[in-house]
Write a protein that binds this ligand. Structure first.
Ligand code: EPU
Length: 429
């Protein structure tokens, strides 16, 4: 059954409890896959979750000539990009997966040329690429935008190191430029780089392949260029998904339950956990698990999404869903995307008292939500609506699973294992 033709049917009211194992991070694995294009050897990635986005990225790598062998059960992926037969990534492939734009840096660095489609529109706001472009140009690439494509060429075939400064710490720009710099001549510096754990994961992976990178995870990254022959295959396990873990922890708390996310480092979830603690949730940590439990009435919150290590925008719809039922007035400011509040209107249809104006949602907690038919219009919005459904009276039907499947693997099974009443079925009129 295609995800676009499917819905979740959730009966609210069950108190979630138990443990869920955190899968590999979508926002890391897609970049590790792109980075394989730099390496003329076999890579074995593990902890690769069965996501729509992973399948789309496999299609792109194969289109470019790399071989991919994905074992969905074992969650392992072999990629061999010894031979790259094309440097052209067409619109039909790139538009399905915005993250695929990070193939531009590796292709230019390894092949000296690339023609990659611009990804196109996005539900949550404009997703600019000016910083990717500016940085690559400073490294000597000639870039032009023609007919919806970025066409790039590197004279002499080799990028040159540069001292780069990002106006904002964009994840995608940091990743594209860091990968490009791996094969550039000399030492590149990226200042005001994104500091997310997924950036560090990408750097660690590249280092395991023979790249020379220092400072990833801080706002200044140093990349000493190497030649392609110095890069080699490796086996690497993807970082666990802090956003997936956070989604299940919030779901448990919303139902007044207690959920443990295993295979996750609390260090990467500090902003979320400290906010939940401030709201009166009980937090228990081990070195590789996080438990969040309800211990009494929750307090309203003021939240502003910011760059890591601040509160992640990718957790905003989920915590919005929780705050709909927390007594008092909560305020949520979305600073990363101009339009990431589509879930609020759907929450209002379920009885939430919320208003959005100029990038700020003001939410007055209601006693209960009521089940309705709702549609998620992006990945995290759909997850947020599922959380609302878990606490709503009666049945809720959540559509938008084409988005959900991009970033959550075994979502229904994981919620079922925690005691949720949830099924996935075909949409019928
Ligand atoms: N931006 C610019 N210029 C640029 C690049 C970005 O102005 O050259 C702006 C964008 O317009 C946007 C903001 O900066 O408003 C964030 O962009 P960033 O480049 O940091 O995001 P991204 O790399 O496109 C990744 C995640 C997103 C996550 C953001 C922020 C992946 C595949 N996606 O996107 O994840 O929200 O970082 O943390 O890694 C999600 O998982 O649901 C998701 C949207």
């Amino acid at each position: 059954m295609k995800p676009e033709n499917s819905k979740l049917v959730i009966k609210g009211g069950s108190v979630l409890s138990g443990a869920v194992r955190t899968s590999g991070a979508k926002n890391s694995v897609l970049k590790l896959m792109a980075a394989c294009l730099l390496v003329p050897d076999e890579i074995l990635l593990s902890n690769v979750p069965p996501l729509q986005d992973v399948c789309q990225m496999i299609e792109i790598l194969e289109f470019l000539g790399a071989s991919c062998d994905y074992d969905e059960q074992a969650e392992t992926l072999k990629v061999n990009a010894k031979h790259i037969s094309s440097t052209f990534a067409p619109y039909d492939l790139v538009s399905r997966l915005r993250a695929s734009f990070v193939i531009l840096g590796p292709l230019l660095a390894r092949m000296g040329e690339a023609k990659v489609s611009l990804p196109g529109g996005c539900q949550i706001g404009s997703r600019r690429i000016d910083l990717h472009e500016k940085g690559l140009k400073e490294m000597g690439a000639k870039l032009e935008i023609n007919h919806g494509y970025v066409e790039g060429e590197v004279s002499g075939g080799k990028l040159k190191a540069a001292k780069l400064h990002l106006d904002i710490p964009s994840n995608g720009a940091t990743e594209n430029l860091m990968m490009a710099a791996v094969l550039a001549e000399g030492t590149t510096v990226i200042d005001n780089a994104a500091r997310d754990p997924e950036i560090e994961d990408l750097a660690n992976f590249l280092i395991a392949c023979g790249a020379k990178i220092e400072g990833a995870g801080t706002s200044s990254i140093l990349i000493h260029g190497v030649s392609v022959n110095e890069l080699h295959g490796t086996a690497y396990s993807t970082l666990p998904d802090r956003i997936e873990a956070g989604t299940f922890l919030i779901a448990g708390l919303a139902t007044k339950g207690s959920v443990t996310a295993t295979n996750i480092s609390a260090l990467h979830m500090n902003a979320l956990l400290s906010k939940l603690k401030e709201m009166n949730a009980k937090i228990d940590l081990t070195p590789d698990s996080v438990q969040v439990s309800y211990q009494g009435p929750l307090k309203p919150a003021e939240i502003s999404t910011v760059w890591y290590p601040g509160f992640p925008t990718d957790m905003q719809p989920q915590i919005s869903a929780l705050l709909t039922i927390v007594e008092g007035t909560s305020i949520i400011k979305e600073s990363i995307y101009e339009d990431r509040f589509s879930h609020i209107e759907e929450l209002v249809r379920m009885g939430a008292d919320a208003q959005v104006s100029h990038g700020v949602a003001v939410m007055k907690g209601v006693e209960s939500l009521s089940g309705a038919k709702v549609v998620g219009s992006d990945l995290r919005a759909t997850a947020g609506l599922a959380i609302a459904a878990l606490v709503a009276n009666g049945y809720t039907e959540v559509q938008g699973l084409g988005h959900l499947d991009r970033g959550y693997s075994h979502f229904t099974a994981k919620l079922l294992s925690l005691g949720a009443q949830i099924t996935r079925s075909e949409i019928t009129l």
